[in-house]
Design a protein around this ligand. Structure first.
Ligand code: WTA
Length: 680
């Protein structure tokens, strides 16, 4: 298999870029024709950013799972689609071939149907990084249910809010999830989230950790029992009958040996599981929603970003094949969690749409030691490694010892995502992991974008340390000043906007279209506003400098300051708070909270811990403040607005140069806060 839409030289990139701008409809129709559609489109693109309304491939129908699985079966059936690396290295690897993936996804799609799930229903998925998570995601897509995956680091309260916002009636979860030395009791968190919930009818529970769970009659069912029931329903004689796993027993995939992750000779004789189940691939309109993924913004409540089936499929496959220059047979390892957009697009949908082999890792880079990622690269002969700058910085801190004896020679391409990568980390990655022979792609994009928008293409267009470099074909970035006036010429600096839609642009925020307009399309007329600031060098390369709104990026996780403030303010002793980011060596940004708390019950330290605990309860451990400073007042303007600019300076360590403070109601408060700064 090869990719007719793969760009193979700098000239081809320039040519593709030019065509994509001059004739976007022709360009994308040309790419999209290489996918399986049930009905062709009547119009490639219709859009306006006013409402906003964006329609790609309108009139066309498809099922994304047929593109990600079925169409590969004839040629790649016995090739690994997913190689699963467990949290505990001594546990067996599971290799899921395309045939197996097909069988499992169809089977789980039937489970969903048996439990009453219909097209358009919202299914919340709260699982660890196990292959069953991929089956659940794809099983939803198979029958047209809208999945909403929630990262395992969110609390019961966060889940409850999301369940309510999405009106979710179904949940897929597990008893627990392994994460390094810890076990996260997923089902128990779900039980807490469901207290008072009136919409959820069914919870399907996969057995992973054997953590005790309370199964509620009439609501909760076991994954294994449901799968078995479908197996029994399947037409007799269909292959795979009787293979079903008992609770917590390793399933048949795990029978594959550690070192037989490539296809097994002779196994091709086994035909894939066909029969009635195949009929489950529901015909979806290109613009039907595929999933919701919640993300933080500058207001208090996370937004449910909605992506649609057709455009998202085309974009994730196109960018996967081009950014990473994927070649058939390559092993791709994206270390993200499927709870975030990177996992959706570059562990599941993009790689599978391209018939690739995708490594899925259950654990963390530092367990059992800081050599874990390098062990995985060595063991599975990984060719493409895609990770986050925060992971690189944290591993750098362990020195070179964890690299000793690890064969990284299979690596061809390295990638980063999630935050700006500092030059030091870039060079360490280049020198010690890529051995100076692997191009590094610094991929800039957002949950709302569906896939990479600005990045070099590995080995095709040049990289430049700490620059995401050039836009993908179809992407028209511009820099604007505060008034929205385009900044022309190079070099330049400004707020990063995009002029026209690419196929996987956000379609709406679930249940509240106006919010989508407000957040992304109202700041500057006729532009999509990213919320990021950027520089452009003489050659037109973009360097993303970070958020210009009240959104923090902590270890590559997006967290709204307003959200954290709301959580802190829930603590009974807190009167008011203001949260800002500050530079953090490993996390990129740390969370610094200024808190007004007149009575420190049990002392300062105890109150601090209580506030941290409150945030963990309300949002989740990922939003815990790194520093809490108790203050008697906050720097406010006469109209009551907190001047975060000043607080940011204090958090960064500035002691005197605060700029103009004359508009403050009480300028003396600044000095007091600066004096009391909590030193790192
Ligand atoms: C930041 C993650 C610099 C940026 C895919 C963006 C980056 C936010 C990069 C989106 C990069 C992402 N260089 N900054 N290569 N990639 N960002 O929605 O601030 O979790 O707005 O999507 O991460 O985060 P999100």
């Amino acid at each position: 298999m090869s990719y007719p839409y793969q760009v193979r030289s700098k000239e081809e990139y320039e040519e593709a870029y030019k065509r994509s701008i001059e004739d976007p409809e022709g360009f994308w129709a040309n790419v999209a024709q290489h996918f399986v559609w049930k009905k062709p489109w009547t119009k490639v693109l219709e859009w306006n950013f006013k409402e906003p309304s964006v329609k790609w491939f309108d009139g066309a129908t498809l099922n994304i799972t047929e593109n990600c699985i079925d169409r590969h079966l004839a040629t790649l059936g016995e090739k690994p689609a997913i190689i699963w690396e467990p949290n505990h290295p001594e546990e067996r690897v599971r290799t899921v071939t395309y045939n197996r993936l097909h069988k499992r996804v169809c089977q789980f799609a039937q489970v969903l149907k048996n439990n009453g799930v219909k097209k358009g229903d919202r299914v919340c998925i709260y699982m660890g990084m196990v292959p069953e998570l991929a089956y659940a995601v794809l099983g939803c897509a198979r029958i047209g249910a809208i999945h909403s995956v929630i990262f395992g680091g969110f609390s019961a309260q966060s889940i409850a809010d999301r369940l309510e916002d999405a009106g979710a009636e179904y949940i897929v979860t597990a008893d627990g999830a392994y994460r390094g030395e810890k076990i996260i009791p997923l089902k128990s968190v779900i039980d807490d989230a469901l207290i008072g919930n009136k919409t959820v009818k069914r919870v399907i529970v996969y057995t992973r950790t054997r953590t005790p769970v309370s199964m509620i009659k009439g609501r909760d069912v076991w994954w294994e029992d449901e799968m078995e029931r479908v197996e029994e329903q399947a037409p007799s004689g269909s292959p795979g009958g009787g293979e079903v796993q008992a609770h917590g027993q390793p399933s048949e995939e795990s029978a594959t040996d550690l070192n037989t992750s490539q296809s097994r000779p002779g196994a091709a004789a086994k035909s894939p599981h066909r029969g009635d189940l195949e009929g489950l691939a529901v015909e979806m309109s290109a613009e039907d929603p595929l999933f919701i993924l919640y993300t933080s913004g500058s207001t208090g409540k996370p937004k449910g970003v909605v992506h649609s089936c057709g455009g998202y499929m085309v974009w994730t496959a196109y960018t996967f094949v081009n950014v990473f220059q994927y070649q058939p047979g390559d092993v791709h390892f994206c270390t993200a969690d499927i709870g975030w957009i990177t996992g959706h697009s570059y562990i599941i949908y993009g790689p599978l749409a391209a018939g690739a082999t995708s490594v899925m890792f259950e654990g963390v880079p530092t367990y059992p030691d800081a050599g874990r990622l390098w062990d995985i690269v060595d063991k599975h002969k990984v060719n493409i490694l895609y990770t986050a700058p925060t992971a690189i910085r944290s591993l750098m801190g362990f020195g070179l010892a964890p690299l000793e004896g690890k064969d990284l020679s299979s690596l061809k391409i390295l990638g980063t995502v999630g935050e700006p990568i500092n030059e030091e980390a870039w060079h360490w990655y280049d020198e010690h992991i890529g051995k100076k022979k692997c191009p590094i792609v610094d991929t800039w994009w957002q949950t709302e974008n569906g896939g990479v928008l600005i990045s070099n293409m590995a080995g095709i267009t040049p990289s430049k340390p700490s620059f995401a470099t050039l836009p993908m074909p179809g992407v028209q970035p511009i820099l604007v000043d505060e008034a929205g006036v385009e900044i022309l010429g190079n070099p330049a600096a400004g707020n990063l906007c995009i002029k026209a839609p690419w196929p996987s642009i956000i379609r709406t925020t679930y249940g509240d279209h106006e919010r989508c307009r407000q957040a992304y399309f109202s700041t500057y007329e006729n532009l999509y506003f990213t919320g990021d600031g950027a520089l452009r060098d003489e050659d037109g390369n973009y360097r993303i400098t970070g958020r210009v709104d009240d959104v923090l990026n902590v270890s590559g996780h997006r967290i709204g300051t307003a959200e954290v403030e709301n959580a802190i303010n829930m603590h009974s002793a807190v009167v008011e708070s203001a949260v800002v980011g500050y530079p953090h060596d490993i996390k990129g940004q740390g969370i610094y909270a200024f808190v007004i708390c007149p009575e420190l019950h049990g002392g300062e330290e105890a109150t601090r811990l209580n506030i941290i605990q409150t945030v963990a309860r309300i949002i989740g451990p990922i939003a815990k403040p790194d520093k809490i400073q108790f203050v008697s007042g906050l720097p406010k303007t006469r109209s009551g607005k907190i001047m975060r600019r000043i607080l940011r300076k204090i958090a960064e360590g500035e002691t005197s140069a605060f700029g103009d403070t004359s508009t403050l109601l009480d300028p003396s408060v600044v000095e007091e806060i600066a004096k009391g700064r909590t030193l790192p």
